[in-house]
Each structure stands twice: as C-alpha cells, then as structure tokens.
Write a protein that binds this ligand. Structure first.
Ligand SMILES: [Zn+2]
Length: 357
C-alpha cells in the first residue's frame, strides 16, 4: 500500500471493499445479516499482535430523534402507538447486540415540559421512549447537539435523568461516559461545536479520560453544515486536533447526510453519520445512512494500531417513499451504490492518509 500512487490505492480500496463484503457477512447470522464492508485494507499490513489480546467492537450510528415537533408531524408517535418500542431498531439490532458498545447521537429530548424554545425545529418524546434504545441494544448516546435543550435546560436534565434510570450512558462535555467491557475502559466524550467550544476544552476532556485510565477514547462532535456532503475546514481542523490529543476515533454529526471518512495518523474521523432513527422528518430526500463499526485490539491492556473498521450501509427507513423510522441494512445493488458513494465522499480524505506517513 505504501508505495502505491493515490489512484492505485483507491482502486485497491474499492476492490477490498467489495471483496471483503462476503467474508465479513459470515460473521453474522439471522434474518438481518448486515452487509458489512471492510474499510481498512491497511489492517492487513499491520504488525501481527502477540501476547494476550482483547478486542472491543464499537458501533456508531447517526441522529436518533425519538419524538416529534408537534407543529409539523405526529408520525413518529403514531408508529410507536401502533408498533411498540422494539419496532424502531429491530432491523439493526442484530448488529448492535453483537458488538461490545453501541453509540448514537440522541438529537432531541425526553421530557414532559411544554416550554418550547424559539426555534424552527424542537423535538421531544415522552420518557418511555428511552426503551427504544434499550430494545435496540444502544448503550451510550451523545447529547452534545443543538436539540438537547429544545424545551429549555430542564429538558436536558429530564433526558439525562431518564437515560440514567434506564442505564444508558450519555456524554456532553464536561460529562464523560465510561464503559468497561472485558476489563477495558472506553471513554465517550461529546462536544457541540455549533456552540462556542475551544480546542483547550477538547484537550482537557481527552486528558481527563486518559487520567481516568481510559484505553479507548471516542470523541463525538456535532458540527458542519446541514445537507453538505463534504466536511468544512473547521471540522477537519477539530477532528485532526482531537486525534493529535489522543482520541482513538472521532464521530461526527449534524449535516443530516453522510460525509466521508478520513484516516488520520492511523485513526478514523467519520465526518457525518447522517440521520438514523429520525423522527424529525417524515420523508427525508436522502435516506442513506450507515453503521460505522470498529474493532479495537488491545495487547496487555494497551491499544494497538491494528484496528479493523467497516461500514454497514443502511437506509434510515424500510420504505423508499416515506420515513417509517425503521432503519434497515441495505443489500444488493443498493448496498453497492452506497459503498461507491462513501468511497467518492472519502476519496480526498483517505488521500490525506498518504501525507501522514
Ligand atoms: Zn444538529
């Protein structure tokens, strides 16, 4: 890989993406077998890891708005009433329940408050909607976004209380969530970059996680411009900075559409995960989304550079012409189309990897 030209490298990546599909599929069984692709041909070049190793697999998905803005639509609530809580993430649960930790961006509130903030869109759902996450095997949510206070500051506290009660972790700087699986501590940090945040806050948060002995540090950023397919310079600079400070993976959201994935210093920046289980729009034009999944390998408790990452192409709805709020895993030509799209969006970004050697 290292001596390849950028063009050749891209062809290789595309080839491996397609060839890797069948192999990855055998990992899973059942009705909703995810059609996964290996993102990381470089992993094969990584040094073989010797000694006792532990693997931690983390899945990440985009905006989950479990609720409605009653001024526009009641559809999400109607689906809940008719189908129940396990309906929404049923088709992706096979992925989320087999990993070690799942994180999504929770873009809304769980509150009974009627004090709507003055905004174009304000989202809320009743507290019982937390069970949608439970039933879907989601362990952590990011609350650092522009909708977590849609019904005032108390709506954020309400959401946090409900999540806590349901044993779902949440992050919103300065709150860091820690999850310990197989003896490995993973830290989840969240920053809403649409608010005024400083690089120092990012650095301090990551230092805090290190001080608390987190081996894997996942940093979520709410950033970018809505409906833009390419990250802006602020996203790139902040993403790089987080990794420079020690982040193991950077996850982005807010554009409501997918953006590319960059490999930087052997780590990934997923610029935008898009919408996922999104009650905020009854029929988004672009229904493409994905689950980004990375398996981190630790040797004697230390994080290695050998990391396996893949994307699982999804649609945010099981229906083409409407949003039924039930994300599904894509297959066949639709899966191929989305892989191609992600390669196009990531082309320039993955290119940056070659400057980093
Ligand atoms: Zn947002």
């Amino acid at each position: 890989m290292k001596t390849h030209s950028a063009g050749k490298t891209l062809v290789t990546i595309l080839l491996i993406l397609f060839l890797g599909t069948n192999a990855a599929m055998t990992t899973y069984a059942g009705e909703y077998a995810p059609e996964a692709v290996n993102l990381l041909p470089e992993a094969a070049d990584a040094k073989a890891i010797q000694g006792p190793t532990t693997s931690i697999t983390i899945s990440a998905a985009g905006d989950c708005t479990l609720g409605i803005d009653s001024r526009y639509s009641h559809n999400f609530n109607k689906y809940y009433k008719k189908k129940g809580d396990s309906y929404f993430l049923r088709k992706v649960r096979s992925v989320f329940s087999r990993d070690d930790i799942t994180i999504v961006n929770f873009e809304g509130t769980l509150t009974g408050s009627t004090k709507r903030a003055r905004k174009t869109f304000t989202f809320k759902g009743p507290k019982k909607y937390a069970s949608i996450l439970k039933k879907g095997s989601v362990e952590v949510v990011n609350l650092a976004n522009n909708h977590s206070k849609d019904y005032g500051k108390s709506s954020l506290t309400d959401t946090q209380k409900t999540l806590k009660k349901n044993k779902i972790g949440y992050c919103y700087n300065p709150t860091i969530n820690y999850q310990t699986v197989k003896g490995v501590k993973t830290a989840f940090l969240g920053f809403n970059a649409l608010e005024r945040i400083t690089k120092k806050q990012v650095k301090n948060g990551i230092s805090q996680a290190k001080k608390n002995n987190a081996e894997i540090i996942i940093v979520s950023f709410h950033w970018g411009t809505e409906r833009k397919y390419y990250p802006n310079s602020k996203q790139k600079s902040l993403g790089h900075y987080a990794i420079d400070c020690g982040a193991s993976l950077v996850l982005g959201h807010h554009p409501h559409v997918l953006q590319g994935i960059e490999q930087y210093k052997g780590r990934y920046i997923v610029y935008s995960l898009g919408n996922f289980c999104f009650g905020g729009n009854s029929n988004p034009k672009d229904k493409d989304t994905m689950i980004f999944q990375q398996t981190f390998t630790l040797k004697n408790g230390k994080l290695q550079t050998k990391n396996d990452a893949k994307i699982i192409p999804c649609s945010l709805s099981s229906h083409k012409n409407t949003n039924d709020f039930q994300p599904k895993i894509l297959s066949g030509s639709e899966k191929k189309r989305l892989i191609k799209k992600m390669n196009t969006l990531s082309k320039k970004l993955i290119g940056l990897f070659h400057e980093e050697k």
